[in-house]
Design a protein around this ligand. Structure first.
Ligand SMILES: CC(C)(COP(=O)(O)OP(=O)(O)OC[C@H]1O[C@@H](n2cnc3c(N)ncnc32)[C@H](O)[C@@H]1OP(=O)(O)O)[C@@H](O)C(=O)NCCC(=O)NCCS
Length: 278
């Protein structure tokens, strides 16, 4: 017999709920992603529904960037409760409690129909390339970012993303294992990071004023060992780079938006920080 659907209200979770979030993620075949969850808890509002037996029935995170955009992530419902309205309840709660003009998210095939019904629009596809990158040139054009680069990083990030992500940007030097910039005159031509997620290193963010700088940064920030590169299909040159360096497509998601059109510049947003943060 089906377990009854939990009727507990959606509540704001705290870091002490992290182990239950991770058990829920594992229930859906996602990893524990400790480093990522902790960063999301530090910058976003994590909501969940208790199942009445000490576990969580579902979660959703809203990370607001000022008044303009919020990133929605970690939309998860325990397998035993799926297709009974909890995903919709969690999403509506996050949407009602987020006051930004727009929302963005990256949808799996499970989530996309739900988001479409809630009014989200598809804007692009994103393919995760994984593997061990071969033939990196490491020319040393970029340098490790320093505190003095942070104002320029913040300025370029806001202009390209279309919202003030200052809290997240401030956290990037410690979240990322490697965080580099290409300096240009008194400012920067671009910046990039790579961060450890379990046994793989996702590359991101990569934000740059032109493709040559972006590809240089990707090359120089990509570490040895298993990596992941989330490529927005609006950047075919990055797909070509991934394939030429031995990475292979693992899965594809859909980048979606809700509300006012986001006033960013996708042509300079090469790789997101993480799908959870845009
Ligand atoms: C995506 C996910 C969160 C959806 O959660 P959910 O609780 O199943 O979502 P809902 O029940 O609100 O809606 C899902 C479907 O069930 C239907 N549904 C809702 N209540 C129902 C009910 N009482 N009876 C029958 N169907 C129902 C909805 O209409 C919807 O239909 P669809 O499959 O045609 O889209 C869940 O499948 C999940 O955790 N997947 C794995 C992780 C994942 O991919 N997350 C998305 C990240 S972007």
């Amino acid at each position: 017999m089906d377990s009854p659907v939990p009727d507990a209200p959606v509540r704001l979770l705290g870091i002490k709920d992290l182990p239950a979030c991770q058990r829920l993620a594992e229930d859906r075949g996602w990893g524990r992603e400790d480093h990522k969850w902790r960063f999301l808890f530090s910058v976003g509002d994590v909501y969940g529904i208790d199942d009445g037996n000490g576990e969580l029935a579902g979660t959703v995170i809203s990370t607001p960037y000022g008044k303009d955009v919020a990133a929605i992530s970690m939309v998860l419902v325990a397998k035993r409760y799926e297709r009974r309205g909890l995903g919709g309840r969690l999403m509506r709660h996050a949407m009602d409690n987020t006051e930004t003009a727009s929302l963005c998210l990256t949808a799996t095939d499970y989530g996309r129909p739900l988001y479409e019904r809630l009014g989200f629009r598809s804007v692009a596809l994103c393919t995760a390339y994984t593997g061990v990158a071969e033939g990196l040139s490491k020319r040393g054009v970029s340098v490790p970012a320093e505190a003095r680069d942070m104002p320029a990083i913040h300025e370029l990030d806001s202009e390209v993303f279309g919202a003030d992500r200052s809290e997240v940007v401030k956290g990037l030097p410690s979240f990322c294992e490697s965080f580099r910039v290409v300096r240009h005159g008194h400012g920067i031509a671009g910046f990039a990071g790579a961060w450890k997620n379990e046994d793989r290193t996702p590359v991101g963010p990569v934000i740059a004023q032109d493709t040559e700088t972006a590809l240089t940064l990707v090359d120089e920030v990509t570490p040895p060992g298993p990596v992941r590169l989330d490529v927005d299909h609006r950047h075919p040159e990055l797909i070509a780079w991934a394939e030429a360096h031995g990475l292979r497509p693992a899965f594809t998601t859909t980048i979606m938006e809700y509300g006012a059109p986001i006033n960013g510049d996708p042509s300079r947003l090469y790789v997101p920080i993480a799908q959870a943060l845009g």
